[in-house]
Ligand binder design. Structure first.
Ligand code: GLV
Length: 329
């Protein structure tokens, strides 16, 4: 039987599914440190990860490894150059999380614009003593301008929801989306700078790459309206968290909503000291149904890539399909 590592706790019934095909080594505990991860991968044919870093060192330590299935749509934890050099397939879990993640982007954007968590902390602390005309004044969402950075499938699902809020939608993306999609979403392309100047609510949904490290930092906050909000449901590292904390403290922008952080699960301490930020622990895709769908899709990818199951040899979501069929090197 082929051997696999499941590097993280996941739904036990998905482990049972995998056991029908493989000898499963399951780390049902905290994320494995790099040396332990490499040790556990050494004799494996495949692995299921959720954000665990896999690069040249891990692949070199695992000479039989042929596929790593990430339970996430983002795969910046994979060094794809190393995967390609070693002829190892990477897979991810797109699409099944689009609507859930778009819902959450909206929830976070609205909580940020309307100061929901700040208000709750105020109330719980017993500070609500009287009515005041200027208590917790926020920014309107209905009728405002939404700026979406990253117009992939999740960005498009966010834009679609904006119709019900009568919003103008501007977007920035590496390349323009097809004219019929722009027309359907009523979304207009902008340079990053123009979008930042124009939007009342900026939502980040782009994948992390080394090129867009800190693509939103002090210079970008300076372009934004002082009344604008920033919501990041993409990846830590896209925003310069230290610069963001400073911009929030100095009210250069009104507020931010963050589901992802540089170096998470650590959070930049300065972000914890400013009131005008809503912080959530990377849960945008976390509905019961969607997390189940993601886990099962990661398992489908692993099973198929290792030549088993009904889709043997045809994993649904190959990232680097060019390596398929090549000998492991
Ligand atoms: C979550 O962050 C994902 O990439 O799926």
């Amino acid at each position: 039987m082929q051997k696999i590592l499941v590097a993280r706790p996941i739904f036990p019934d998905v482990i049972e599914r995998l056991k029908q095909y493989f000898d499963v080594d399951w780390n049902n505990g905290d994320a494995l440190p790099a040396d332990e991860l490499a040790r556990r991968l050494a004799d494996k044919d495949g692995a299921l990860t959720a954000g665990d870093p896999i690069g040249a060192a891990e692949l070199a330590a695992a000479p039989k490894l042929r596929v790593v299935a990430n339970m996430a749509v983002g795969y910046n934890n994979f060094d794809m150059a190393a995967f390609n050099a070693a002829n190892v397939l990477g897979t991810n879990t797109p699409d099944v999380l689009n609507e859930t993640t778009a819902d959450f982007g909206w929830a976070l954007m609205m909580a940020t614009a309307r100061r929901i968590t700040e208000s709750e902390h105020f109330l719980r602390a017993g500070k609500w003593q009287k009515w005041a005309y200027d208590m917790m004044l926020g920014a309107d969402v209905y009728g405002s301008t939404l700026g979406i950075v990253g117009m992939g499938r999740i960005g498009q699902a966010i834009a679609r929801r904006a119709k019900g809020f009568n919003m103008r939608v501007v977007y920035h993306n590496r390349s323009r989306v097809a004219p019929e999609i722009e027309a359907e979403l009523n979304a207009e392309y902008r340079t990053k700078e123009a979008l930042l100047r124009e939007a009342d609510h900026v939502v980040l949904v782009l994948p992390y790459t080394p090129e867009n490290h800190h693509t939103i930092g002090a210079a970008e906050f300076a372009l934004m309206k002082p009344t604008a909000t920033l919501t990041n449901i993409a990846r830590g590292g896209i925003v310069d968290d230290a610069a963001l904390a400073e911009a929030l403290r100095e009210r250069r922008i009104a507020a931010a909503g963050l589901d992802v952080f540089e170096g998470e699960p650590s959070v930049h301490p300065a972000l914890l000291t400013v009131p005008n930020v809503v912080l959530t622990p990377h849960i945008a895709s976390a509905s019961e149904a969607t997390r189940r769908a993601m886990a099962n899709l990661a398992a489908d990818n692993l099973i198929a890539a290792l030549g088993a199951g009904p889709r043997a040899g045809r994993p649904p979501n190959p990232i680097n399909s060019a390596v398929m069929g090549k000998t492991r090197s």
